[in-house]
Design a protein around this ligand. Sequence first.
Ligand code: HEC
Ligand code: HEC
Length: 446
Amino acid sequence: MNARQTMTAAATAMLWCACSPMVSTPDAGSTDDFTAVDQALAKTFSPLPAVPPDTTNAWADNPAAAVLGQRLYFDASYSGALAVGSDGMNGGLGAVGERGKVACVSCHGSASGDDNRTRPNHVSLGTDFGTRNALPIVNSAFNVWTNWGGRFDSQWSLPLAVAENARIMKSTRLEVAHLLFDKYRADYDAIFPVPLDAALSATAPDAARFPPAGKPKATAADADGPWEQMAPADRAIVNRIFVNYGKALAAYTRKHVSRGAPFDRFVEGDTSALSASAKRGFKVFTGKGACATCHKGPTFSDDAFHAIGVPQTGDKVPATDLGRFTDVVPLLASPFNSNGDFSDDKSTGKLTGVAQSAAQLGAFRTRSLRNLTTSAPYMHSGQLKTLEDVVEFYDKGTGAVPDGGTLAPGIAPLGLTTAEKADLVEFLKSLEGAPIDAALLQNTAR
Ligand code: HEC
Ligand code: HEC
């Protein structure tokens, strides 16, 4: 236990000293006494509160937007040509060159909305191999920053980059606008203020004004494409439709909330909800393991970025990933961030003072630890296969950070015993919440 934790424990003990220690039914011979101090500490991790509002998305809690978002989540028809030929089948998605094969659900299909395919099991595979492990959708609306490196400051801006990323869905914003016009016009018009008919055309979008495909060129040196040749006013129309696509998807993903894990039930007073081992594991988590210095509060995350030094190893894992250091640049430059014209609330102040710094080299967002048993493998590129591997990694306490980076102070050898490691894993497993509403997992694409 470090000095800060000792102080916290002492302060908590002072609050609770009038009460008699709460001793739960111990397994015969085990030392799993859960004192009032432990109980008070446990309450800082549970229950999971209401999903925080997203004022930058006026449709975040609009039920019709969530219904449209669900349809879009399962729709692969607007994705581009598959690129990976090693097995001739792009990891089972389809033959190389085939289009319309990748949907959000392709990489977010497990019970927790994580990638449940066996291949490649390190980085995700869409139209091509990506560089990172897919994140679970469940409870992701609690995250202050979206993605491992905090590349986004809202959930609605993420799908915009995902749709156009050549390694993920390889689509374009013009294709998204046409998709909405062709298949989801009634859904869209019932939600957003400017109907698609009025925005694009009464019958079919005029192909000269709105080409079938196109997105902004990647670099200034690239040749102008169909997007650059459009009238600025028409580009603005398409951008607005594209943003609304993201806002509908976010209204849907926000609903993936899982509560009532065994640990939550234990904190509520059900003393039988946790095994003796998991209870001991909680004490390792908050004590000798020092995990709670970063994994704190009901989401088990401080919403900050730390370089814990997980090595860049594994199938298709890039040799370097600078994490927050790289991701903060496009976040600040994005027209779709919380300060931009498409944000429904520019007063959040979220990006105030945010800038690139050396401290961000190799730093990734502290992951929530809820629903881990349905989201293996672990870490930003899926480098660690099991929770046992994760605990071994922290116990060793050595990591590799990029040149110029600094290993987070909390990462140091822990000296855990075999029993403590097993208890810690049991505790992590007790954070698996109830499955999300099954209706959310129905493919409702048109
Ligand atoms: C090819 C696989 C793939 C597809 C397709 C895909 N994602 Fe993801 N998703 C990922 C990966 C990988 C990450 C983490 C990326 C990173 O940190 O760089 C991620 C991250 C996310 C997150 C962030 C969760 C968090 O904890 O911050 C959300 C939300 C999300 N995706 C939603 C979507 C939606 C909506 C779509 C469809 C428009 C989609 N994804 C399509 C692989 C995919
Ligand atoms: C210095 C802050 C810090 C400390 C201390 C810390 N973690 Fe983490 N944890 C992180 C960060 C940051 C990540 C994401 C790192 C990455 O992907 O490279 C993470 C990721 C994880 C993951 C992977 C989750 C997933 O979905 O992939 C698990 C499990 C985990 N930590 C458990 C623990 C345990 C158990 C301890 C204590 C032994 C601990 N952590 C201590 C910051 C910390």
